[in-house]
Design a binder for this molecule. Structure first.
Ligand code: IPD
Ligand code: CA
Ligand code: CA
Length: 295
C-alpha cells in the first residue's frame, strides 16, 4: 500500500542529544487540575505534563513544510507524528521505568495486561498536515486493558483535559460534566470516518443519514480524542465512530465516563479498546441513539 513521498528526517528513537534539540521551552500550564484524590493522580499529573510537552513540539512545527509518508491510500504520517511519539516514549520511560508502552507509530507491548501506557502522539494527523488547527495528543495509562488515567491536550486552543479513576474529569482546570440534553432533536453530535472505509461505506452512510435527520446537527472534527473530550464537557451530546484503535480512544473514554457519560459499542455493551465500534453519549441519549445506529 505504501506510497512514500519523502524520507522522514527524525529517528523515532532519538538520542539524548536530539531529544533535547527537539524540545521547545514550555511554561507550566495554568489550566491543570489539583492532582489530589484517587489512586492514579500522580500518573495523571505526569501524563498531563508530557502531553503538553509533546503539544508544544507539534505547535512549534504547525503549518510549516514537513516530510509526509503514507501508511495507506489516505492514512498519512508526518515527521511530527514520529517526533512526538519519540518524545512521549522517552518521557514516560523516564517517569515510569517499570511500565510498558504502546504507541501508534512504534507499537509496543500487548496493552491487555499489566500497566501499559497507550498513546496517540498526534490525533488528527490529516488536519495537522493540511494546516487545520484541530489536533491533539492523547495519553492513557491502562491497567489490564482498562484506562485508569488519561490526558488529551489540544495545543492550538491551549486546552488540556485530564481524568483519573476516582479523581473525576477536568478540563482547563475545572470539573467536567456531560450535557443534560434529553431531546435528540436539540442534540449536537459528532462522528468520524475510518481511513479504510470502502467495505463499510453503506453502513457508515446509513447511520449518518439517520443521525442527520434525527439531531440538530452532525459535525466531523477529525480527532477522535477531541470528539470524546467535547462529549465529556457537554459541547457535543453524542459521538459515534467505527474502526477506532486503542490509542484513539483510551484517554477520551475515561474522560467521558468520569464526566458522568456512557461509552459502549453500538449495541450498548461495554467496549474493550479494540472493539471497533464506539458510542459515547451524555447517558440520557444513549438508548435512543442505540436504536438509530442499529441497522
Ligand atoms: C484519526 C482521527 C480521526 C478518526 C480516524 C482516526 P489519526 O486518528 O482520530 O478523527 O476519524 O478514524 O484514525 O490518524 O489522526 O491519529
Ligand atoms: Ca488517532
Ligand atoms: Ca495518530
Amino acid at each position: 500500500m505504501g506510497n512514500p513521498t519523502a524520507t522522514l528526517l527524525i529517528d523515532p528513537s532519538p538520542t539524548e542529544a536530539n531529544h533535547i534539540m527537539m524540545m521547545p521551552p514550555i511554561d507550566p500550564s495554568p489550566t491543570l487540575p489539583p492532582f489530589t484524590g484517587g489512586l492514579f493522580a500522580r500518573e495523571a499529573a505526569a501524563a498531563a505534563r508530557i502531553a503538553e510537552m509533546a503539544g508544544a513540539l507539534l505547535k512549534s512545527r504547525f503549518a510549516t513544510a514537513m516530510n509526509v509518508d503514507f501508511k495507506g491510500a489516505t492514512d498519512l504520517v508526518t515527521e511530527m507524528d514520529l517526533a512526538s511519539e519519540a518524545l512521549i516514549r522517552d518521557e514516560l520511560a523516564r517517569a515510569f521505568p517499570g511500565d510498558a508502552l504502546f504507541g501508534e507509530e512504534a507499537g509496543g507491548t500487548d496493552w491487555h495486561r499489566g500497566r501499559v501506557w497507550v498513546f496517540d502522539p498526534l490525533d488528527g494527523t490529516t488536519n495537522f498536515a493540511h494546516g487545520l488547527p484541530i489536533f491533539s495528543v492523547s495519553i492513557a495509562l491502562c491497567l489490564d486493558g482498562h484506562p485508569v488515567a488519561g490526558v488529551v491536550h489540544q495545543p492550538i486552543a491551549g486546552e488540556t483535559f485530564v481524568a483519573w479513576a476516582g479523581g473525576g474529569a477536568w478540563g482547563n482546570g475545572a470539573r467536567l460534566r456531560v450535557s443534560a440534553q434529553t431531546d435528540l432533536q436539540k442534540a449536537l453530535v459528532v462522528t468520524g470516518f475510518p481511513y479504510v472505509i470502502a467495505d463499510q461505506i453503506d453502513e457508515v452512510l446509513a447511520r449518518l443519514r439517520r443521525m442527520i435527520l434525527a439531531t440538530q446537527g452532525v459535525r466531523r472534527l477529525g480527532s477522535a480524542a477531541m470528539d470524546l473530550c467535547a462529549v465529556a464537557m457537554g459541547r457535543f451530546d453524542v459521538f459515534w465512530e467505527t474502526s477506532l484503535q486503542p490509542w484513539d480512544v483510551a484517554a477520551g473514554l475515561l474522560l467521558v465516563e468520569e464526566a458522568g457519560g456512557r461509552v459502549t459499542d453500538f449495541a450498548g455493551a461495554p467496549m474493550p479498546l479494540d472493539r471497533g465500534q464506539l458510542l459515547a453519549t451524555n447517558g440520557r441519549l444513549h438508548e435512543p441513539v442505540i436504536g438509530l445506529l442499529a441497522l
